[in-house]
Write a protein that binds this ligand. Sequence first.
Ligand code: BG6
Length: 467
Amino acid sequence: MSKFPKDFLWGGATAANQCEGAYNEDGKGLTGQDLTRKGWREAPTSEPTEDNLKLVGIDFYHRYKEDIRLFAEMGFKVFRLSIAWARIFPNGDEQEPNEAGLAFYDDVFDECLKYGIEPLVTLSHYEMPLHLTRTYDGWRSRQVIDFFERYVQTVFKRYKGKVNYWLTFNEINSISHVPFLSGGINTPKEQLTKQDIYQAIHHELVASARAVRACHEIDSQAKIGCMILGVPVYPLTPEPKDVLKALATERENFFFSDVQVRGYYPSYSKRLFKENNIDLTITQQDLADLKHTVDFISFSYYMSVCESADPTKEAGEGNIIGGIPNPYLKASDWGWQIDPEGLRYYLNCLYDRYQKPVFIVENGLGAVDELITLPDGTKTVNDDYRINYMNDHLVQVEEAIEDGVEIMGYTSWGCIDLISFTTAEIKKRYGMIYVDRNQDGSGSLDRYKKKSFHWYKEVIESNGASL
Ligand code: BG6
């Protein structure tokens, strides 16, 4: 019997820069993504280069109808996507929006609604207009708050009645790790002080709160949430020093949701700022703006990490925010530790902390897939490893529901193969739909249903009873 609520929002998630392609069509401006052909670890190029797979992505811009039809066939109730800010305001600081960009998302949302799929829209998913990065140094500038506000007011007004669920900034807590792509900050990471970073964070948090205010004012029916990179931090040992270190690291992440959910800076920030010589410029208006708090908390979840007070313990690979590997866990081919129970734990932590609905808006396994041809000529991928991963995680979601956590829904990451964020590869695939595109950029871009497509369809059809 299903333990999931009747209105549980099952679906999948993408981001504009990783799937749309059409990077310079219909008036779109450039973003940092157009210059990072190998992900965030490599310095950006000065111009877009052909070896950047994101420029074409999976050509969602021209094929969204086919893709949304496939999502509908799987039974999606919700589809998470992002609006590319630079399609709406190509430079970011114009007075008037680009009509062609607005019209594109109208068509995409209409297509979703045709099948009864709710769009869940991220306002900014690692894709600030490049002009704001180069001219204003991204979130380091207070002026960017006003540009963002103009952008969000434009889209809230335009899509009122079509979009009922919004997210402000994707993985807002990643900014100190990837300041260029997450914060639109042009100054190289090594030259940024903690003061610089936290001032930029403050601007982004105020911008997020102003988006919440605008959303509530413009469309009283819509709900808007924050989005954090969710990563449970376990102490590596029971040694109290490790426990305290884990608490401190965990707070570096909760800092963001604490402000976005509670509307003020957490008490522990005083000591954090003092010990790091951080003296923020915060106006009275900022403090008033921050009081506009989110309706729900969303997060990505791929892995947990361990923390230790012993400086000789080294961090392993991970989803931007890596950490010390856990000896009890196995890892994916990309070294991300697999921890389904960590998801239950994290859902409980968030709900205990905030008592607000939570939404899992990213989860999945990045793996190398092999496209095979069945005797009847059908092309598919036997991705049992992905099915097992998702099944194990969803069983823990079910447990969390039993624990009393109010969970709005689950959108699996990269429900259709797309270009990865950290390494900008296509060979790291998350989808339940295979896209024929190779690492060298070749391929027909045709779509094929993987085994997981049929599995997920059944999960949704049975509202989780088939898990
Ligand atoms: C999250 C991002 O960090 O993880 C996504 O929000 C990203 O944009 C996802 O794609 C998975 O990471 P990767 O590097 O495997 O694509």
